[in-house]
Design a protein around this ligand. Structure first.
Ligand code: RP5
Length: 168
């Protein structure tokens, strides 16, 4: 059987899960297989290294890494794998997620992490699907459909607004 697309979602803490659920929703919508694990760059550094080292061998195509505060998880995973890593900065309580964003986005040359917006979990999954679309044509087709659906939703909203403005 041909290899199926698979995404590893890794989060630094269970407290990140409410945000990560946005990624899960998108992956379900696209029918992409995924796993979700808690793994901290600071509290379980060996596990983080092992997970990233084995990700390719375990059939993953892309890693989404969610982390908050001094958010080193995406960068650490990227250090141990050649798979693309998408960093999802979690909004923290004290600095509104700016700490997470800057910790993830400012990677040194050679070890990229594709960083999405603070709490941008839908976009993290969408970007992962787009990357997979380069390898799995059926996902590219689904992405065309997804964008068409988005555009239609905007058109419906615009029509509704025009109707309201005309007092219909
Ligand atoms: C990070 O520290 C986690 O990704 C989380 O966003 C943040 C706080 O973790 P907890 O103290 O809630 O476990 O490593």
């Amino acid at each position: 059987m041909a290899k199926q697309p698979k995404i590893a979602i890794v989060m630094g803490s269970d407290s990140d899960f409410p945000v990560v659920e946005g990624s899960i929703k998108i992956l379900k919508e696209f029918g992409v297989d995924y796993t979700v694990n808690i793994c901290s760059a600071h509290r379980t550094p060996d596990k983080a290294a092992e997970l990233a080292r084995n990700a390719e061998k375990n059939g993953y195509d892309v890693i989404i890494a969610a982390a908050g505060k001094a958010a080193h998880l995406p960068g650490v995973l990227a250090a141990y794998t050649v798979l693309p890593v998408i960093g999802l900065p979690i909004k923290s309580s004290t600095l509104d997620g700016l700490d997470s964003l800057l910790s993830i986005v400012q990677m040194p040359a050679g070890i990229p992490v594709a960083t999405v917006a603070i709490n941008g979990s839908e976009n993290a999954a969408l970007l992962a699907v787009q990357i997979l679309g380069g390898v799995y044509p059926e996902l590219r087709t689904k992405f065309h459909e997804y964008k068409n659906k988005l555009a239609k939703q905007v058109e419906i909203k615009d029509q509704k607004l025009q109707d309201e403005l005309r007092g219909k």
